[in-house]
Design a protein. Structure first.
Lengths: 111, 116
């Protein structure tokens, strides 16, 4: 079963704007990860945030985690056309085996 | 870094035939491999978990006789779609835990299966 729900499902913005994607999950977690997928391609790991962290940065990416609300957000600043992709949040379940993925947000950045 | 090589990247087959997808861990031993399926514009759904040397564990609703998984060695796991039908057309991705790397997962590049 799917772990997370993401919104929006689709997001279209102009180059240079910021893009914010949200993810909610259901069970307790040790960490939450964000992945990127270009159309019809494999997954690229973007960033991992642990349950004891509230915010993490990596380049133009900023991830927040609110364990009380069981939600996370991914912010991409100063977006570029090359950021066009689908973005998924994912969590290992409590026994830390497989990854469970959210529904994903399809981001389109228009040049 | 840990790399999983997945082949083929694309395959077209006729209805009723079988297709084998391979995932190899290139520079580490993958004791556990996960197989996901992704329909267009949808998320990845876990199909099964394979452990080296033992039977795979299938998620609810996934037919084990249709999706045969073999994990005979620490570096190779295969998924065979048997008697494929058009509704099996999908994107299949494997993933492996990377031991020694906390919360480390690595993914194959995926296989686009089209059944005609």
């Amino acid at each position: 079963s799917q772990q997370g729900e993401e919104d929006p499902q689709a997001l279209s913005i102009q180059e240079g704007e910021n893009a914010t994607m949200n993810c909610s999950y259901k069970t307790s977690i040790n960490n939450l990860q964000w992945y990127r997928q270009n159309s019809g391609r494999g997954l690229v790991h973007l960033i991992l945030i642990r349950s004891n962290e509230r915010e993490k940065h990596s380049g133009r990416l900023r991830v927040t985690l609110d364990t009380s609300k069981k939600s996370s957000s991914l912010l991409i600043t100063a977006s570029r056309a090359a950021d066009t992709a689908s973005y998924f949040c994912a969590t290992p379940p409590g026994n830390n085996n497989d990854m469970r993925f959210g529904a994903g947000t399809r981001l389109t950045v228009k040049p | 870094g840990a790399v999983v090589s997945q082949h083929p990247s694309r395959v077209i087959c006729k209805s009723g035939t079988s297709v084998k997808i391979e995932c190899r861990s290139l520079d580490f031993q993958a004791t556990t491999m996960f197989w996901y399926r992704q329909f267009p514009k949808q998320s990845l759904m876990l199909m099964a978990t394979s452990n080296e040397g033992s039977k795979a564990t299938y998620e609810q609703g996934v037919e084990k006789d249709k999706f045969l998984i073999n994990h005979a060695s620490l570096t190779l796991s295969t998924l065979t779609v048997t008697s494929a039908h058009p509704e099996d057309s999908s994107f299949y991705i494997c993933s492996a835990r990377v031991l020694g790397v906390p919360d480390g997962y690595t993914f194959g590049s995926g296989t686009r299966l089209t059944v005609v």
